[in-house]
Design a protein around this ligand. Structure first.
Ligand code: NAD
Length: 289
């Protein structure tokens, strides 16, 4: 079905079919990564000409989202607090790297301004996040609590707040928050991380409920364990880690960052037009065991 509509779109565009089609067994390959470049060249990519802000874009999931968004035709403001990690991305007409701390209002406003310079603002990915050494409430310090809440929860609120006037004016837009399976279960991280991701899911639902009627969708992704370089944040708590360890044995497998990025592409695209307030778990079934 999807294949048929793709073929008819190619035919209507007057472009030659994707090269994989010369191979009779190649139908599935029409959706290989070259396929998305081909669709982009034909002006048919899934995020064609959309402008996105991605935070935490210098590594892991944010880096993968940035790359996939660009493959799908988007222009991306790639934001990260780490200038060194942003060096992995090459500035171009479809990519503006911005050193920014999501907890600093001036930096957040700068991201929105950078998006507007690229032509508008359609997609906000609140992805930057930090961990908390699995510190349970009896061990957490004020510093860790405040920093984790600031980056994982207050930052997404600030960027969403800064973006909203432009999304409201356009009467369309998508906010995608990277939550976690720790956003709906208690034993996957420390107290601060768990509270921040529960809060982020609440923020997602509140934005969805309040602004859905204005054409704005807000959704969250709840990844399980994903192979990235995310730091635990320091020496892990023995008590906190022991709690996590009980469920680690049942992880079917760790995910790859691109598997989360593929989901973000779908959620950002018009294919997800009926999704608002949804929290999509991506964990190979870890949390249903
Ligand atoms: P990562 O450490 O590879 O990437 C996070 C990026 O965020 C880093 O480049 C870091 O420099 C940046 N960052 C940190 N603080 C920032 C700030 N104040 N302002 C701007 N940028 C900042 O981690 P990742 O695994 O890709 O995590 C991305 C998101 O996914 C996080 O929100 C994390 O909580 C969530 N998540 C990750 C996993 C996992 O297993 N990796 C699981 C569930 C949820």
């Amino acid at each position: 079905m999807r294949l048929e509509s793709e073929v008819s779109r190619w035919a209507k565009s007057g472009m030659p079919p994707h090269p994989c089609w010369r191979d009779p067994k190649g139908a599935e390959k029409a959706f290989c990564s070259f396929g998305s470049l081909w669709r982009r060249r034909c002006g048919m990519a899934r995020l064609q000409d959309r402008v996105a802000i991605v935070t935490g874009a210098g590594s892991g999931i944010g880096l993968a989202i940035t790359k996939r968004f660009i493959e799908e035709g988007a222009k991306v403001v790639a934001a990260d607090v780490s200038e060194a990690s942003l060096g992995r991305l090459q500035e171009g007409s479809d990519l503006t790297p911005e050193v920014a701390d999501v907890t600093v209002q001036e930096d957040v406003d700068g991201l929105v301004a950078a998006a507007l310079r690229l032509g508008g603002l359609d997609i906000v990915c609140n992805n930057a996040g930090i961990m908390d050494r699995f510190l349970p409430v009896g061990e957490v310090t004020d510093d860790v609590w405040q920093r984790v809440l600031a980056v994982n929860l207050t930052g997404p609120m600030m960027l969403s707040r800064a973006a909203l006037p432009y999304l409201l004016k356009a009467r369309r837009g998508v906010i995608i928050n990277t939550a976690s399976v720790g956003g709906f279960s208690g034993g996957k991280a420390g107290a601060a991380y768990t509270a921040s991701k529960h809060g982020l899911i609440g923020l997602t639902r509140n934005i969805a409920a309040t602004y859905g009627r204005d054409g704005i969708r807000c959704v969250a992704i709840a990844p399980g364990a994903v192979s990235t370089g995310i730091s635990i944040g320091g020496e892990p708590s023995k008590r906190g880690y022991a709690t996590l360890e009980k469920t680690l044995a049942s992880i079917p497998r760790a995910g790859e960052a691109v598997e989360i990025a593929n989901l973000a592409v779908f959620l950002a695209s018009d294919e997800a037009s009926f999704l608002n307030g949804a929290v999509v778990t991506a964990d190979a079934g870890w949390t249903v065991l």
